[in-house]
Design a protein around this ligand. Structure first.
Ligand code: DOR
Ligand code: ZN
Ligand code: ZN
Length: 436
């Protein structure tokens, strides 16, 4: 008699719809990795019946502000990553504008330690830049990028940073907040001198021109130093067209859009006041970016930027800029998909595949053998209304409150562990994505 050895997996996800493949698959998971995708039954220690629902790669958010250390009353790695898991995200990349900012090797290591203890999903850190001598010391610690707020940098400083980062052996991208410092300062001062104080005035204080100039400058510097750049939260169609044209010429540039810049326009100031205050600000319908332009965008990032409600409710000049987004973006986009404004291929490429490729995540962003079993199960028929009472983020408000959705994440798995089921988040320990 012939003995057939049967592989017994740690976990089998039974009857998964895996776009774009026809039929249902069983996903065999072993030690946190996807080992097999089969239409035939698998043997496993644990079987979860997915009942034909859609399974996507866990979402990757390359742009969040978890405020840890220093501003943990707004958010910390625990609450932020719980919000991520709740929203279907399995990888996040944290921005350096914490207190202290993540701009020395020592502070970078400290933040990595904090996140390793508290972050429930896998993570990477963007490094800040202040002292150029620290750039070389941070590079071996594998930051996702060096992040620059161009609205806070002089032209000279920008030139020096591009020179420094492009000279590193490890090809680390520069991630840019693209608003021109001088335009922002001049316009803000003028409006303040005129005693303007409506929420809408904020969009005039940081006009499209500020973004267009900064983006043009970033593209020139990228060409001059042959430096890979990623432009955060592009908000105007003109800036996007410029980026796209340079990309076609071969510049190493990528771009992202936030859910709020895609789904809202400056008329939202009327209803939501400073809750919609964000940098760069929301644009008019004519100036902004619509679904039809998504083919020019590389990825969607939430720019999850939590503040307390009190900080958001100050006057327009004092109120904190930023919108929490981790728990709204997938239901909102699935709803748009149900309305035929975008398709599943786009959701997959903009939130999983492209973030993985652009930020060199070898094991994430795809449902394939050998990849981390980072997965999100989606119920395309689930309907409800966005309700901040259900949020895990400490920022329990959103300009999307009350928006009806159809389609939402119902289960999240991080390297084979269920970390969210039907809205409930479980304990988990994330790790740094760029392994040694
Ligand atoms: O609106 C924003 N909020 N834009 C930024 O660039 C920073 C962010 C924050 O940290 O709150
Ligand atoms: Zn920014
Ligand atoms: Zn940001």
């Amino acid at each position: 008699m012939e003995l057939v050895q049967v592989m017994i997996y740690d976990l089998c996800l039974k009857d998964c719809k895996i776009h774009p493949h026809k039929g249902l698959y069983n996903v065999g998971i072993e030690q946190g990795k996807i080992m097999t995708l089969k239409k035939t039954p698998l043997v496993a220690d644990e079987v979860i019946d997915i009942k034909g629902k859609l399974v996507l790669p866990g979402l990757i958010d390359v742009h969040v502000h978890f405020r840890d250390p220093g501003l943990t009353y707004k958010e910390d790695f625990k609450s932020g990553s719980q919000a991520a898991a709740h929203g279907g995200f399995t990888t996040i990349m944290d921005m350096p504008n914490t207190i202290p900012p993540t701009n020395t090797a020592c502070l970078f290591k400290e933040k990595k330690e904090i996140a390793s203890k508290k972050c429930m999903v896998d993570f990477a850190l963007h490094a800040g830049v202040d002292d150029l001598a620290e750039v070389e010391k941070i590079a071996p610690l594998k930051p996702a990028s060096f992040k620059l707020f161009m609205d806070l940098c002089s032209d000279d400083f920008l030139d020096h940073i591009f020179e420094k980062v492009s000279s590193l052996d490890s090809k680390i991208p520069l991630t840019l907040h693209g608003e021109n410092q001088k335009v922002v300062n001049d316009c803000t001062k003028k409006l303040q001198d005129e005693n303007k104080n409506e929420a809408f005035d904020y969009s005039l204080a940081r006009p499209p021109k500020a973004e267009e100039l900064a983006v043009a400058q970033a593209l020139n510097l990228s060409r001059k130093f042959q430096q890979k750049i990623h432009i955060c939260h592009v908000s105007t169609s003109r800036a996007l067209k410029l980026i796209d044209s340079k990309k076609r010429e071969g510049l190493p540039v990528s771009s992202e859009i936030t859910p709020h810049h895609l789904l809202l326009d400056s008329s939202a100031f009327k209803n939501w006041g400073n809750l919609t205050k964000t940098n760069p600000p929301l644009r008019s319908k004519e100036e902004g970016i619509s679904f039809s332009m998504l083919d020019k965008i590389d990825l969607i990032a939430t720019d999850h930027a939590p503040h307390t409600l009190e900080e958001k409710e100050k006057n327009v000049w004092e109120a904190a800029p930023g919108i929490p987004n981790l728990e709204t973006v997938l239901p909102l986009l699935l709803t748009q998909m149900n309305k035929n404004n975008l398709n599943l291929d786009q959701i997959k490429s903009l939130l999983c595949e492209n973030p993985s490729k652009i930020f060199n995540l070898e094991n994430k962003g795809f449902i394939k053998e050998g990849m981390d079993a980072d997965l999100v199960v989606v119920d395309l028929k689930l309907e409800g209304k966005i309700n901040p009472d259900n949020f895990y983020t400490k920022a329990d408000y959103t300009p999307f409150s009350g928006w009806e959705y159809k389609g939402a994440p119902v289960m999240t798995l991080s390297r084979g562990n269920v970390i969210m089921e039907e809205g409930q988040v479980m304990e988990n320990r994330g790790r740094y994505v760029y392994l040694d």
